[in-house]
Design a protein around this ligand. Structure first.
Ligand code: TNX
Length: 494
């Protein structure tokens, strides 16, 4: 692993690339006369780069699609270093050109994110010089996720798009949206319209809540896709369903709708569907059918956590009936690791949220061939407070300052779960205490980039002191982007 040290200074790229070498052929200055070449099948990435550079440098650089010159910025969908598979890229900077090579658009996009971080801070006024380097890079894990809970507090389409833009910079490629919970149902289901109109009408603290129409949701899916991010939608069943129960009395055993729930905390896990009611399965199947139709990605997330009122045998019976519905609608299942008690198709992915580094059920599932996404609550939960002074968040899984978020190895974290069983990592941001985007910023930054680095960078690059230094350099970028991050005392912010 080449250290990220460059003779004219130090490169501060997060996540750390696989290898960085000093380029012998000089630095490249972006000026008003620079052109971007992107062949037609790389054009979206070229346009994205031009937009990003317009915002930072003020230059409106043209994106050319015909014969490439050998100068300027070139995005090439051919001739990359073949080592890394999907999302791998090579970035070469010389005094004549900046060339990003990749096999896929998502690889070019990852290279563009690195390129952005080689430039001076957006608000600095230039000159816009890129240091001469050769970078070879590819991800360690396929799934590098962030989760946003839009159920406890609703976030608008614009707020979710803003979050997508933030996380894309750190090569996150999955956005898991927690769309339903006790406090709100946030996605329009046309065959069960009251889920959104009634179930979505409030939130924690009793505010007006909200929901996404299917058109708005499609807009979010498309926006994420334009950043090479796949949305995994979560419908949480059989627990965490109070909002649905308020909308349809017939989903309740006594036929009486409960009042809306706008609280938090100790009441978590109080609601449940009823495994013996036939309507329960019509409801779940209808929701999954519409959700699958809205989802280009492979997975639907079924929640499956904390269904406390439902006895274990019923829980297994419920899942046994519901799992084949997901397959019928052409999707694979992912869910919180509680679902491992059920008999599952091999393709089922379990998301581990426990706070211990041993879990027998997860280890056995990995041995049977299931893939695991790691979101250990005491490391990766972005809704935990940094320390006792953090104004929002919880502390049930402990305080999580940046070192705690960073100092673990997904490949060897869970006893008996080998690296080959790890699909990736995901940082969940639960929103019981988050009142708006300013709280998303505060809790996600700087910890989300720490989890993103664990998902992308090779184990051999793991180094707290080096990470702190690189992370510190992101601070002024966040300020320039209007991200109100937490100025953790562990990081030497400039
Ligand atoms: C646990 S982790 C939950 C969520 C809460 C979160 C708060 C999991 C699958 N369930 O319902 O929002 O804790 O930190």
């Amino acid at each position: 692993m080449a250290r990220l040290v460059y003779t004219c200074g130090v490169l501060n790229v997060v996540p750390a690339p696989v290898s960085v070498e000093r380029g012998p052929a000089g630095d490249f200055a972006i000026t008003a006369a620079t052109t971007i070449y992107a062949p037609p099948d790389a054009a979206p990435v070229g346009v994205y780069l031009a937009d990003v550079l317009r915002l930072s440098t003020g230059f409106r650089l043209p994106v050319l699609h015909d014969q490439p010159a050998d100068f300027g910025v070139l995005l090439l969908l051919r001739g990359p270093d073949a080592r890394g598979g999907e999302s791998s890229y090579q970035l070469d900077v010389t005094s004549r050109s900046v060339i990003v090579r990749a096999n896929t658009q998502s690889g070019l996009f990852a290279g563009v994110q690195t390129l952005r971080q080689l430039l001076p801070v957006e608000s600095g006024g230039g000159p816009w010089t890129l240091p001469g380097v050769r970078i070879l890079d590819h991800p360690r894990f396929a799934h590098r996720g962030a989760m946003l809970d839009v159920a406890r507090h609703f976030f608008t389409v614009a707020e979710v798009k803003r979050f997508i833009d933030q996380i894309a910079q750190y090569k996150i490629n999955v956005l898991h949206l927690h769309l339903t919970d006790d406090q709100g149902w946030r996605i329009e289901i046309k065959s069960w319209p009251r889920l959104a109109t009634v179930g979505g009408s409030t939130q924690v603290g009793g505010g007006p809540g909200g929901y996404y129409t299917q058109d708005q949701y499609r807009e979010l899916v498309a926006y994420a896709a334009s950043r090479y991010i796949t949305i995994i939608p979560e419908i949480d069943v059989p627990g965490h369903v109070n909002a649905a129960l308020t909308a349809y009395p017939e989903l309740n055993r006594d036929g009486v709708a409960p009042p809306p729930f706008t609280g938090v905390g100790s009441a978590i896990g109080f609601s449940s569907l009823h495994s013996e009611l036939a309507i329960t399965y019509r409801f779940v199947d209808a929701v999954l059918a519409e959700l699958a139709a809205l989802t280009p990605g492979e997975y639907l997330h079924l929640g499956t956590d904390e269904a406390h009122p439902m006895p274990g045998t019923e829980y297994a019976r419920f899942l046994k009936r519901v799992l084949p519905m997901v397959a019928k609608h052409g999707k694979k299942v992912t869910g919180w690791h509680e679902l491992l008690v059920a008999d599952l198709p091999d393709s089922t992915v379990a998301q581990y949220w426990g706070t211990t580094d041993t879990n027998e059920e997860v280890a056995q599932a990995a041995a049977r061939g299931h893939k695991i996404v790691l979101s250990p609550a005491n490391k990766a939960y972005l809704d935990m407070k940094y320390d006792q002074d953090t104004p929002v968040g919880f502390k049930w899984a402990g305080f999580i300052d940046v070192d705690t978020a960073y100092e673990w190895d997904p490949g060897s974290y869970l006893h008996g779960v080998p690296e080959s069983a790890i699909l990736g990592v995901e940082a969940p941001l639960w929103s019981e205490t988050l009142l708006g985007p300013e709280h998303i910023d505060l809790m996600a930054f700087p910890r989300l980039p720490a989890i993103a680095e664990l998902g992308w960078s090779p184990r051999s690059s793991h180094d707290w002191n080096d990470f702190r230094r690189r992370l510190a350099a992101q601070g002024p970028r966040w300020t320039a982007q209007g991200i109100g991050f937490h100025r953790s005392s562990q990081i030497p912010w400039p």
